[in-house]
Design a protein around this ligand. Structure first.
Ligand SMILES: NC(=O)c1ccc[n+]([C@@H]2O[C@H](COP(=O)([O-])OP(=O)(O)OC[C@H]3O[C@@H](n4cnc5c(N)ncnc54)[C@H](O)[C@@H]3O)[C@@H](O)[C@H]2O)c1
Length: 265
């Protein structure tokens, strides 16, 4: 599978690359010609992603690391530079859902766990990759936020707050890198079938309700990881050279709609 090679000669890091959107992005970036360093806290999963990239003819180094732990982030950024010969793009995609605990039952520890990965993890990735990119005067940082960061009802409140934080962070980071040529953007996926959402899909399939998933958007279906990977590859590439500080929804139109009771056709 080739997509025209618009990431040819690019060196890229993808976090959360052991599953779902991250794995699909690894395959897409490699098909577009990028050399990759793939990061996930699940060592076996990220090795499997790298094996799939190799099998498709691409180049990927798997690294087990925690995006919420600063020494890990510092070390995988340095490793990308040492082993890929530089860093042109980074996709800060790792995230956890934190479950759906009612607001009044949530504990500080629940919030800390989600914010550490979803928001501080993205901050650390921007900090360490951004320092290098600002010095070199070019680079693209892509972050995974969510439609949950735009408005409520797409996750628990720690998750939604963490994703709203990512949207703010890409705006503040893009402005902090003023004049450097480094771009920072976020993708806000809608409902995508991945490891994170598997329980929702399994539950719906068990009940024979699979066709109800994704019905709240005008395309009336859920999304596939490859559809987010396509946007990540675009934002990482020079095709997006004038896109900066944005949070782009890839959600079938979900975030464009108000709740509305339709007449029967
Ligand atoms: N699936 C959806 O519907 C959806 C919608 C909106 C946003 N997102 C976001 O997309 C991103 C990717 O999630 P996904 O849906 O592919 O889920 P997923 O669970 O399939 O993949 C997430 C990956 O991140 C890894 N990870 C988790 N914590 C980590 C850490 N501390 N350090 C390194 N790796 C870590 C996991 O091991 C896993 O491999 C997440 O940020 C998620 O919040 C997903």
């Amino acid at each position: 599978m080739t997509h025209g090679g618009r990431l040819r000669d690019k060196r890229a890091v993808i976090t959360g690359a052991g599953s779902g959107i991250g794995r699909a992005s690894a395959l897409r970036f490699a098909a577009e010609g990028a050399s990759l360093l793939l990061v996930d806290q699940d060592a076996a999963a990220v090795e499997e992603s790298a094996a799939q990239v190799h099998a498709a003819g691409g180049r990927a180094i798997p690294v087990a690391a925690d995006v919420g732990h600063e020494p890990d982030v510092q070390s995988f950024v340095q490793r990308a530079v040492a082993e890929l010969g530089g860093l042109d793009a980074i996709f800060a995609n790792a995230g956890i859902s934190g479950g759906d605990v009612p607001l009044l039952e949530q504990r500080v520890e629940d919030w800390e766990r989600v914010l550490r990965v979803n928001l501080i993890g993205v901050f650390l990735t921007i900090k360490h990759a951004g320092a290098l990119m600002v010095d070199q005067g070019a680079g693209s940082i892509v972050c995974t936020a969510s439609v949950a960061g735009l408005r409520s009802n797409a996750g628990g409140s720690p998750y939604s707050s963490s994703k709203a934080g990512v949207i703010s962070l890409v705006q503040t980071a893009a402005n902090s890198f003023w004049g450097s040529g480094v771009r920072v953007n976020a993708i806000c996926p809608g409902l995508i079938e991945t490891g994170m959402t598997r329980p929702i899909f399994d539950y719906a399939r068990e009940r024979g309700n699979e066709d109800k998933l994704g019905q709240l958007n005008p395309l009336q279906r859920h999304g596939r990881p490859a559809e987010i990977a396509a946007m990540a590859a675009f934002l990482a590439s020079d095709d997006a050279s004038y896109v900066n500080g944005q949070a782009i929804a890839v959600d079938g139109g979900l975030s464009s709609t108000h709740p509305f009771r339709r007449r029967m056709r």
